[in-house]
Structure formats: structure tokens, C-alpha cells
Design a protein around this ligand. Structure first.
Ligand SMILES: Cc1cc2nc3c(=O)[nH]c(=O)nc-3n(C[C@H](O)[C@H](O)[C@H](O)COP(=O)(O)OP(=O)(O)OC[C@H]3O[C@@H](n4cnc5c(N)ncnc54)[C@H](O)[C@@H]3O)c2cc1C
Length: 312
């Protein structure tokens, strides 16, 4: 089987993506682990933000939503038996929230896709993704899955991982990033080290004018090595340490200090750390990228990494 975009997951994200691609003339196939009945009855969200409502209406799947959705223009907070109305509509220049269950959105999107001849494969099990790291006509990006007992392959130009919080696609990308990081470290970096070492070894044997050139060249190679190592560091999926988020952030700071020479202070509010612990892997990755950017671009003299609860 072949398609332009293989989409894993028929939640709101996967279905809406498939619908929007269709409106742009791009073909897709959606693979869903559960049955159609299951996803159309799975109770989850109920509150749709204005942006979501606008997108659904503008893309032609908002008819029922407009009919059946309940619009709320504000909220009321009560203190000491007295109500205080917060008029969100006025405060935001006319925006509102709409109460319309997520599984109703899913029903509308499934109906729209099937009506337009779109393909959704329900009850797909053992889904795995392959070949998305350098897809070529000989080894295209492929989603392998089992449907009605048979192993099937879907070849695609691109794979979209819309398979929720425990995404198999995200995990696969993580594994791929590790492989690229390892290959860069064991291949290119070692070769550059060897070249720089050999040049340095013979620097004293050449005329003075050439010596300066050699020194400048080796300095350039070392800079390139540092850049690649910072890149490799960013590619490796974050390993959250046993001590959880707090220990991992402190460890990142220690590593950054020793490799960059820049002092790092870490300020962690216990409430903030507890609230973020469930997404610790993502947070560690974000902080790692941020530190890498500081090293490359900020020309900073010190760094402060803070987790505070004001926005949580
Ligand atoms: C109780 C609850 C209340 C919520 N309330 C709100 C709210 O009021 N407003 C709001 O905006 N958001 C709310 N949310 C969040 C909202 O439900 C999610 O943001 C939304 O479901 C995310 O959509 P998604 O398509 O990214 O992922 P999902 O809805 O999780 O869909 C992922 C799909 O992928 C499928 N899948 C998973 N693994 C595989 C696999 N290996 N192969 C194939 N298919 C796979 C799953 O079966 C699922 O159908 C709520 C969530 C919950 C749980």
C-alpha cells in the first residue's frame, strides 16, 4: 500500500491533519489502534477554544458543532457569597469557548474523511515505523502493522505521529536520534581528532610561517569538534536520572559548567518540579537545547536555570 502521508492515530490531531491535507489535495492514510466505535465513544475533552472552533468551521466540519455546541462568554468566580463575572468575550475582543465533546469532533472528522473517500484503518495492531531517516525510493518511509491478522506495510513520503502520549512514532524517532548521535561521535568526531592530532604533531618540524597556519587549522578543527559534540549532545534523548527532574537538571548544570566554563545556578521550586515531573524527559530535553543555544549564541557569562510555579 502507498500514500503520501501515513498518519498514526485517529485522535483529533490525526483526523484533522488528514482532513486538512485532503483540502490541500494531499492524500493520506490514517492508522488507528482502536475500533471506530471506541474512538467515537471515548469521553475526553469538552471545552474547545476559539481557535479550534474557527479551524473546524472554516475547514467545513463545524456544522454540528455550530448547532449543538454551547457557547460560554465568560466565567463567574464566587467569594464570600458574592459572584464576580469575568467577561472573557469582552476582554478578548469577541472570543468565547464552546462546550462540544471531543468524541463528537472525532465523529464529525471520521464522517468527513470517509465521505470524501479517505482511508482510515481501524483496529491496526503492532504498529511500527521504519526508514524515515533518509527515505529513498529503494527504502521508503514505512509503517508496518497488523490488520485482520495479516502483516501489512504502508509506504509513505512522510509519517505523522499523532498517536498520543505514549506514541510509538516518538519512541522510534528517539531511537533514530541516538543512532545518528552515536555515528557522529564514533565516526566524524574521531576522524577530526586524529587529523588535528597529526597536524599538531608535526607543527614544530615546519617553517615558522606554516606553523601559524597549522595552529589556526587545528584550532578550527577543535571548534568544529566542539560544535559537533554540542549537536550530538542535543540529539541524544534525555535520560532522566533516578532522582527525577530535579537531579537531572542539576546534573545538566554540572556538565554544562565543566564543558563551557560558565557558572550555572539552578533554582527549583518544589511545587514546580512536582508539577513537571510527569513530563520530565521533555523538560530535560528543552533545557539541554537551551543550554546548547546559550553556549553557541548568547555570549553569556553566567546562566540561571529556574523552575517556578507562577504559570503552572
Ligand atoms: C479526561 C480528559 C479531559 C480533557 N479535557 C480537555 C478539554 O476540556 N479541552 C481540551 O482542549 N483538551 C482536553 N483534554 C486533552 C485532549 O483530550 C487531548 O489534547 C487530545 O485528545 C489530544 O489529541 P491527539 O489526537 O493528539 O491524541 P489522542 O486523542 O490521544 O489520540 C491518539 C490516537 O492514537 C491512537 N493510538 C495510540 N497508539 C497507537 C498506535 N501504536 N497505533 C495506532 N494508533 C494508536 C489512540 O487510540 C488514539 O485514538 C482532555 C483529556 C482528558 C484525558
Amino acid at each position: 500500500m502507498r500514500t503520501q502521508i501515513g498518519i498514526v492515530g485517529a485522535g483529533p490531531a490525526g483526523l484533522l491533519l488528514s482532513h486538512l491535507l485532503h483540502l490541500q489535495g494531499i492524500e493520506s492514510v490514517v492508522l488507528e489502534a482502536r475500533s471506530r466505535k471506541h474512538i467515537e465513544e471515548r469521553v475526553r475533552a469538552g471545552v474547545l477554544e476559539q481557535g479550534t472552533v474557527d479551524l473546524l468551521v472554516d475547514s467545513g466540519v463545524g456544522t454540528r458543532l455550530k448547532h449543538e455546541g454551547l457557547i460560554h462568554h465568560g466565567i463567574e468566580l464566587r467569594f464570600n457569597r458574592c459572584g464576580h463575572r469575568i467577561n472573557l468575550h469582552e476582554l478578548t475582543g469577541g472570543k468565547a469557548i464552546t462546550i462540544y465533546a471531543q468524541h463528537e469532533v472525532v465523529k464529525d472528522l471520521v464522517a468527513a474523511r470517509l465521505e470524501a473517500g479517505g482511508k482510515i484503518i481501524f483496529d491496526a495492531s503492532d504498529v511500527s515505523v521504519h526508514g524515515f531517516d533518509g527515505a529513498s525510493p529503494a527504502s521508503p518511509a514505512t509503517i508496518r502493522f497488523r490488520s485482520e491478522g495479516e502483516v501489512e506495510e504502508l509506504h509513505c513520503d512522510y509519517i505523522a505521529g499523532c498517536d498520543g502520549a505514549r506514541s510509538v512514532v516518538r519512541k522510534a524517532i528517539g531511537a533514530d536520534r541516538s543512532r545518528i548521535a552515536r555515528e557522529l561521535h564514533d565516526g566524524v568526531v574521531q576522524t577530526l581528532f586524529a587529523v588535528a592530532f597529526r597536524l599538531q604533531l608535526h607543527a614544530d618540524e615546519v617553517p615558522k610561517a606554516l606553523r601559524t597556519t597549522i595552529q589556526q587549522t587545528t584550532a578550527g578543527i577543535r571548534e568544529a569538534i566542539n560544535d559537533i559534540q554540542a549537536y550530538v549532545h542535543g540529539l541524544e534523548p534525555s535520560l532522566v536520572m533516578l532522582g527525577g527532574l530535579a537531579a537531572s537538571l542539576k546534573q545538566l548544570a554540572v556538565e554544562f559548567e565543566s564543558s563551557s566554563g560558565m557558572p550555572v545556578t539552578v533554582e527549583l521550586e518544589p511545587n514546580a518540579v512536582a508539577a513537571l515531573d510527569g513530563v520530565a524527559t521533555d523538560i530535560v530535553q528543552i533545557v539541554r537545547e537551551a543550554l546548547s543555544n546559550v553556549r553557541r549564541h548568547a555570549q553569556a557569562r553566567r546562566v540561571c536555570s529556574r523552575a517556578v510555579s507562577e504559570h503552572l
